[in-house]
Write a new protein. Structure first.
Length: 291
């Protein structure tokens, strides 16, 4: 690899950045898909907006997600390699999807076909806007003039400081995904129990604690942030939600009040993640001492 070669940042649609972001910042993405009511969609399908997606789930639809396969990743990246670009691919957690491995396989095939090209794949061990915030930080570094290897090294050194805290409103979706037992889902729902969860160092979704009541669970997200974020650069914080914007705004206001952080971006939990977490999910992403 020559330091003079231009490079592009690529990622997966699971990072839940808005579609306009990619064009504005010259970021390439591979597209995970989902099937709902017998029809295949992607994140930006104009025939299924995010509110409609969550309404379908509320009415009993059970979406199934599909990872990116190696050939899909290859076909997305090859045109840019042919144009002379190196690639930094910032991948969806290998603990949740095979898409990262598909990207690694595509990178190996591309390097064999184009030996002058460098294709670096970083397993973020992150998801949704946690992955998205890592992409955003990489983009800002690139726009300030950082090189591919400098950014890749920063990501590897800091990805386990990207904290994912989230809660869900309905335990039955976590039961469908194998995260809680059927008994726990039934009893928890009856008692108003809300789990507070996080992404662990292996990129898996892990319960942290359980609280009673929705507002208490939202407050718990911010409390954990105050315990972990001191001394870390959190000039920007991301919040994602499963079609519950009012709750996301509540969390944002608590973050501002309790930490002084003002720059907060709110977006949807995309369908690939939302298929498993369900409506009512609220997630808070920031840099902290540990996950």
């Amino acid at each position: 690899m020559s330091d003079n070669r231009p490079f592009l940042i690529s990622t997966d649609s699971s990072c839940d950045l808005p579609q306009a972001y990619y064009g504005q910042h010259n970021v390439v993405y591979t597209q995970l898909t989902y099937t709902i009511n017998g029809t295949v969609h992607d994140n930006f399908d104009p025939n299924m907006n995010m509110h409609e997606f969550y309404e379908e789930i509320r009415h009993g639809a059970l979406p199934v997600t599909q990872q990116v396969n190696p050939q899909q990743a290859f076909s997305v990246l090859e045109p840019y390699v042919q144009q002379g670009y190196d690639i930094l691919h910032i991948a969806f957690s290998s603990g949740l999807s095979g898409s990262c491995n598909s990207a690694a396989m595509a990178a190996a095939e591309l390097h064999e076909k184009y030996p002058e090209a460098a294709i670096t794949v970083v397993d973020t061990l992150a998801a949704s806007l946690g992955q998205g915030l890592l992409v955003h930080k990489a983009v800002k570094m690139k726009e300030r003039g950082a090189g591919l290897q400098e950014i890749a090294s920063w990501l590897e050194e800091n990805k386990l400081h990207m904290v994912h805290n989230f809660t869900v409103d309905d335990l039955n979706h976590l039961h469908r995904g194998g995260r809680v037992s059927k008994t726990a889902a039934i009893l928890g729902t009856a008692l108003g129990i809300k789990p507070v969860m996080h992404m662990d160092d292996a990129g898996h979704l892990i319960p942290l604690t359980k609280v009673r009541g929705r507002r208490t669970s939202l407050d718990a997200l911010v409390t954990r942030m105050t315990e972990l974020c001191a001394g870390w650069n959190n000039d920007e914080v991301f919040i994602s939600h499963g079609d519950c914007l009012e709750d996301a705004h509540y969390v944002a206001e608590q973050v501002r009040r309790r930490t002084g952080i003002k720059n907060i971006t709110i977006g949807y939990v995309g369908p690939v993640i939302g298929a498993h977490s369900g409506p009512g999910t609220v997630a808070l992403f920031f840099m902290g001492e540990h996950r």
